[in-house]
Design a protein around this ligand. Structure first.
Ligand SMILES: [Zn+2]
Length: 201
């Protein structure tokens, strides 16, 4: 990139920021300049926090959520309904479901953020084995599938639903019209799915 100053450490910083999905060359350059413009105390704090996260953040042994301990805050929370486990693709999705007020437990199948690439067959097989152990050990009564309604999500749903339906009640988040959604702007797949899942009023 022509706009970079001729300092290797600066261009290395830009190069690493460029690895963040969705950040282009200019975005990475802008971010590096913003970091350079931080006050020395904020800049050091950022570097220290990043180092701490990189070195110490791990995945919860129970559910795969992010955690600085062996178990995450969700698994340690005594006020949860432990009979229901929500299957999510990523930690990002878990956090969004938390925000939406879900009060059961989770099982994270993929990584920290949703990825465009598919979850590998060995990864989903391992994830299923861990989940089955949890179900057998703790008497879970329901698994709610909250995978996205994409090709990747459909294939994950099929895989987990088929393997689990003999052991436990398997449900899935319903597809439908979003709050505030106008019928005229809905695609036909969404309209069709929301019709199929209609309920008495
Ligand atoms: Zn956990």
């Amino acid at each position: 990139m022509k706009a970079l100053p001729p300092y290797k450490r600066f261009s290395q910083l830009v190069g690493i920021l460029r690895k963040v999905p969705g950040v282009g060359e200019r975005g990475a350059l802008r971010m590096a300049l913003h970091f350079a413009a931080l006050s020395p105390s904020d800049g050091r704090k950022l570097a220290k926090l990043l180092l701490d996260v990189v070195d110490n953040l791990k995945r919860c042994e129970e559910c795969g959520n992010l955690s600085f301990e062996d178990r995450c805050w969700v698994c340690l929370d005594g006020g949860r309904d432990r009979g229901i486990i929500m299957l999510v693709e990523s930690v990002m999705d878990l956090l969004l479901m938390e925000d939406a007020g879900f009060k059961g437990l989770y099982h994270v199948v993929g990584g920290l953020v949703p990825e465009a690439k598919r979850i590998s067959p060995s990864q989903r097989k391992q994830s299923l084995e861990r989940l089955v152990k949890r179900i057998e050990a703790t008497g879970v009564r329901e698994v709610v599938i909250a995978f996205p309604f994409t090709l990747k999500g459909e294939s994950l749903t099929k895989f987990f639903a088929e393997a689990l339906k003999e052991k436990v009640l398997v449900t899935r988040l319903s597809r439908g019209i979003p709050v505030g959604g106008e019928i005229e702007f809905m695609d036909t797949l969404t309209l069709n799915a929301s019709f199929e899942r209609r309920h008495p009023v």
